[in-house]
Design a protein around this ligand. Sequence first.
Ligand SMILES: Cc1cc2nc3c(=O)[nH]c(=O)nc-3n(C[C@H](O)[C@H](O)[C@H](O)COP(=O)(O)OP(=O)(O)OC[C@H]3O[C@@H](n4cnc5c(N)ncnc54)[C@H](O)[C@@H]3O)c2cc1C
Length: 301
Amino acid sequence: MHPGRFRYHRAASLEEAATMLQQLGDEARPLAGGQSLVPLMKLRLARPTDLVDLAFVPGLSYVRHERDEVRFGALTRHAEIADSDAAARFPILHDCAAGIGDVQVRNRGTIGGSLAEADPSGDWAPVLLTHATEVRCVGPGGQRTVPLREFILDAYTTALGPGELVREIVMRAPPHASDERIGGAYIAAKRCAQVYATASAAARLTLAGDVCRDAAISLGAVGLTAVDATEAAEALRGRTLGRETIEAAAKAAAAAGDPQPDMRGSAEYKRVLAGALVKRAIEIAARRARGEQVEVSHEYA
Ligand SMILES: Cc1cc2nc3c(=O)[nH]c(=O)nc-3n(C[C@H](O)[C@H](O)[C@H](O)COP(=O)(O)OP(=O)(O)OC[C@H]3O[C@@H](n4cnc5c(N)ncnc54)[C@H](O)[C@@H]3O)c2cc1C
């Protein structure tokens, strides 16, 4: 199918794009990799009057990594993140980026577009929620920084105002003592490469030996937004990591989701799947925190 008629504009800077969007009105949309917007336009589920292309704005595609902070330009492609030094330092980034869609989607789709789309099954939000993540935005009112938790408000709904754009995403690992090690992992279960996850789980642990000093657990595709499973993290914090604590955390995480039945599976199936993914994500995060190199890929069933 072909999209409806629209006017195409090319912005030279984000500020210019923000001004254009404001002038063009409510039905104008920014275009990044086009991997969500263009399919929706072809299905006539989105009918923008104008597209403001961000792809030619210079300096928006980068992964900058310094100590425990990673900064992503909004136009950074998933493939670029998968291949970055930051993904070697934080394997959870590779777990996520290397499994999004297929090669074509990863070579075109951007992290900024992904967060702005706020698809409940998107892979980036659960991963970034396990770290302190901020979204830096620019718009007609100037620049502002929004914590990720306050950026995604609902399914397909963000805190972005009219004409406002994502400029940069900043992810930070939590501060930790010299005897503590951090590990993270993300696993998504998908029916095949070209579709979104049926359920997904991200875990970030801070370990001192076998004791979990800090944790964050989040889920994707089992709610209207990514779910911050705080009770699951609480079940790990301050405890020795073992089969029972991991089981308790997985159970708490599964209870935190609110999955809806659809063509991917029943609500009960997704809940059980989410619990199993959390368990494995915790186990892999723990092995990584202990210095083990563990390869993870999305799972296809
Ligand atoms: C076949 C297929 C499979 C996919 N599988 C997955 C998957 O498994 N996991 C997953 O997470 N994603 C998946 N995706 C989506 C993919 O990750 C997209 O890249 C992503 O959702 C949107 O990024 P984009 O750069 O393509 O944005 P676009 O499609 O260009 O834009 C998406 C939305 O964000 C807005 N927008 C874009 N950039 C900005 C910005 N800088 N500031 C403000 N608003 C902006 C646009 O106006 C639009 O509303 C899949 C897509 C396809 C086509």
